[in-house]
Design a protein around this ligand. Structure first.
Ligand code: HEC
Length: 287
C-alpha cells in the first residue's frame, strides 16, 4: 500500500467530509426547484392525473363537487364590499400626500409573487405585508396589525389582486437567505403539538387523505391565493396565509408564535417557494 503523507491524509479527510455532507456551518444547502420537484414527484406517484396548474385549487383537485361549488361562489363572490374597502384604503393618500402605489415596487402591480423575499440589508425575510407596513411607516403612518382583517385583510386582498396571474417566484440566493429557508423547512417538517404532527405529515404525506370531514390539500399550490374568505365568515376576508398557519398549528394543539414573527416569516418563505411557477389569484373562497 502506498504510504500517505500528511497532505494526502488531510486531502482525503476533506473529501470524506464533503461526501458525508460535513460542510462548514456557513454553507447551507437550499435548492427550491429541487425541493419542489422532489415533493411533486412523490405526489405524482399517488395522483398521476392531477395537473400542476390545477394545484392552485388545493383540496378541490380531489373533489369535483367542491370545485363546482367553488366556481358558483366565485361567479358572484360575497367579498366585493371587502374589496371595495381595500381599494379605498389603497387609493387614499397618506397624510403626507403619498400613496401605496408610489411606495411599492412597480406601483404595486405584478409583484406579490416575489414575496416573501430575503432582504440582505435587513438580514431577514420580508413578507408582502411587511412591505406594505414599511410604506406606511416610511410615510409617517402607523403599521397595521398583521391579523387585523378590517385593515390588513382588506388592503392586502386588493393589493395582492393587482398581481393576479403573476407566477409565484420566490428566490433563495445567498447564504443568509438559504439559512432562513432552511429554518422554515425545519419548522415545516418538525412534529408539533399534543397530536405530534408536522405540516408535512398532513400536506405532503397525507395530501388527498380525509381528515374528519376534510380532504387534505397538497402543499404545492397552497400559497397562491391569499387572503381568503371562508364560508363560515360570510363575505368577510377572514384569513391571511399566516393566520392559516396558526390555525393549522391549533389543529394539532400547538401554541405557535404569532403572525409576523420571524419563525412564521421563515416558514412562509419555505412554504411559498413550493408554489413557484403557479399563477396567483386573490382573494378566493375556501370552506
Ligand atoms: C393534522 C393535519 C394538519 C396539519 C398538521 C397541518 N394542517 Fe394545514 N390544513 C389541514 C386541513 C384539514 C386543512 C383544510 C383542508 C385543506 O385545504 O387542506 C388545512 C389547510 C391548510 C392551508 C390552506 C390550503 C388552501 O388551499 O386554502 C394551508 C396553507 C395549510 N394548511 C398550511 C399548513 C402548515 C404550514 C402547517 C404546519 C404549520 C399545517 N398546515 C399543518 C390540516 C393540517
Amino acid at each position: 500500500m502506498k504510504k500517505m503523507n500528511m497532505n494526502m491524509m488531510m486531502a482525503s479527510a476533506l473529501t470524506l467530509g464533503l461526501t458525508l455532507g460535513l460542510t462548514t456551518a456557513t454553507t447551507v444547502y437550499a435548492d427550491p426547484a429541487a425541493e419542489q420537484g422532489k415533493i411533486l414527484a412523490g405526489f405524482k406517484k399517488d395522483y398521476p392525473d392531477v395537473k400542476f396548474d390545477d394545484m392552485i385549487h388545493g383540496a378541490m383537485v380531489f373533489s369535483a363537487d367542491a370545485k363546482s361549488q367553488y366556481n358558483a361562489i366565485m361567479e358572484m363572490p360575497p367579498f366585493l364590499d371587502a374589496m371595495d374597502a381595500g381599494k379605498k384604503m389603497w387609493d387614499t393618500p397618506f397624510k403626507n400626500g403619498k400613496t401605496y402605489a408610489e411606495c411599492m415596487p412597480n406601483g404595486g402591480k405584478q409583484i406579490a409573487g416575489n414575496y416573501p423575499q430575503f432582504d440582505d440589508k435587513k438580514g431577514e425575510v420580508v413578507t408582502f405585508e411587511m412591505t406594505l407596513n414599511g410604506c406606511r411607516t416610511a410615510n409617517g403612518e402607523t403599521a397595521l396589525g398583521y391579523s387585523d382583517m378590517k385593515t390588513m385583510g382588506v388592503v392586502t386582498a386588493y393589493a395582492r389582486s393587482l398581481s393576479d396571474g403573476m407566477k409565484v417566484n420566490v428566490k433563495v440566493e445567498g447564504d443568509a437567505a438559504k439559512k432562513a429557508y432552511a429554518e422554515g423547512k425545519k419548522t415545516y417538517f418538525a412534529r408539533a403539538g399534543q397530536l405530534n404532527f408536522s405540516c408535512a405529515n398532513c400536506h405532503i404525506g397525507g395530501a388527498g387523505n380525509n381528515l374528519r370531514s376534510e380532504i387534505l390539500s397538497p402543499v404545492v399550490g397552497q400559497a397562491t391565493h391569499w387572503p381568503v374568505f371562508r364560508g363560515k365568515d360570510g363575505g368577510d376576508i377572514s384569513t391571511t396565509l399566516q393566520k392559516r398557519y396558526v390555525g393549522c398549528f391549533k389543529q394539532v394543539r400547538h401554541v405557535s408564535e404569532k403572525e409576523g414573527s420571524k419563525m412564521l416569516n421563515n416558514l412562509e418563505y419555505y412554504h411559498t417557494s413550493l408554489s413557484n411557477g403557479l399563477p396567483m389569484q386573490a382573494p378566493v373562497y375556501r370552506k
